[in-house]
Ligand binder design. Structure first.
Ligand SMILES: Nc1ncnc2c1ncn2[C@@H]1O[C@H](COP(=O)(O)OP(=O)(O)O)[C@@H](O)[C@H]1O
Ligand SMILES: [Mg+2]
Length: 299
């Protein structure tokens, strides 16, 4: 049976670009023709708010789903992407599925404290809709608590956004330890999809130094795509839009399209056990960027 690729975007540091990456990689993969579900796992509901989902629009949250109160399908909200894509001369309306979160999720640690196999609640719930999607992306909260462990148990890949800033590498050690312990004890299928350098400012020595340090320390685990600091990415949530819908000709769009392609390539490569020639992916990406920039347009 078809199974979605499930990926957690995790870093216990806040402000590193997890939510921005989940929304825009989700949109990027959708534009590339994939069926995508993104799941807000942060009680602060940043992803939910990013997409302009009104609290009134929310019938059920991921907390209801994890508690087994509703089928996950009942919690899904479908957001049309305001970007349109033209395939073979006809316009097709793309959309992305979202499961929202709200503050009630902050009760999870206490509610589930004595629940049997409490680390597997998300995995079990999501298994019921796994076949409906190509990719399921989890936006983790900035902590390594039970919700994050649930995301790691429900995923086959973990991606780690890292802000190219002072002290960026400091929290990585405890993060890697946590991931390794989940791999060893709870989810042998989990692998590290890669580290994503975010909010890169080429004018700053510090940004460049952090990327160099990451390359040196983590080698091929660092994805080739670097997400540049781009104001458009910070503005788009005010309009409830992903970057492809908000500013299709921005650096932000270009970077997130590259990242979506690289993530697709990495997952496919890992699955088929072929190592994909990085150069091949790269040159295809450059072509795809100009193709897609040409076909995506604002409403
Ligand atoms: N590449 C970027 N360029 C400019 N601003 C960014 C970029 N990535 C994230 N931001 C902004 O930085 C803040 C933190 O990003 P966010 O994705 O919410 O991080 P996290 O989910 O890790 O806390 C947000 O205000 C967001 O708009
Ligand atoms: Mg966030």
């Amino acid at each position: 049976m078809h199974q979605a690729e499930a990926a957690a975007f995790l870093n216990q540091k806040g402000g590193v670009g997890k939510t921005t990456s989940v929304v825009n990689v989700g949109a990027g993969l959708s534009i590339l023709g994939k069926k995508v579900l993104i799941v807000d796992l942060d009680p602060q509901g940043h992803l939910t708010g990013f997409l302009g989902i009104d609290p009134d629009e929310i019938d059920y949250t991921i907390y209801d789903v994890m508690r087994g109160r509703v089928h996950p399908r009942e919690a899904i909200i479908t957001r049309p992407l305001r970007a349109r894509i033209y395939i073979g001369g006809s316009e097709s309306q793309l959309s992305m599925s979202v499961i929202p979160a709200a503050l009630d999720l902050s009760d999870a640690d206490t509610t589930f404290a004595n629940t049997f196999e409490r680390e597997h609640l998300l995995k079990r719930a999501i298994a019921r809709i796994n076949g409906d999607y190509d990719y399921i992306l989890f936006d983790c909260p900035p902590s390594l608590g039970l919700i994050t462990v649930n995301a790691l148990v429900a995923s086959n890949k973990v991606f780690i956004p890292i802000q190219t800033e002072f002290l960026a590498l400091k929290s990585l050690e405890s993060l890697m330890e946590k991931i390794e312990s989940v791999m060893a004890e709870l989810n042998p299928d989990l692998t590290i999809g890669g580290l994503i350098a975010t909010r890169y400012d080429g004018r700053k020595v510090l940004s460049r130094t952090v990327v160099e340090a990451l390359k040196e320390q983590y080698g091929a685990l660092l994805l080739d795509t670097v997400i540049r600091e781009n104001i458009v990415l910070a503005e788009s949530p005010r309009f409830g839009k992903d970057v492809f819908s908000y500013r299709p000709r921005s650096y932000g769009m270009e970077d997130y399209l590259n990242l979506s392609l690289e993530i697709m390539g990495r997952i496919a490569a890992a699955n088929t056990l072929f190592s994909v020639e990085r150069g091949v992916i790269k040159s295809n990406v450059d072509d795809a960027v100009s193709d897609i920039a040409g076909v995506v347009s604002n409403n």
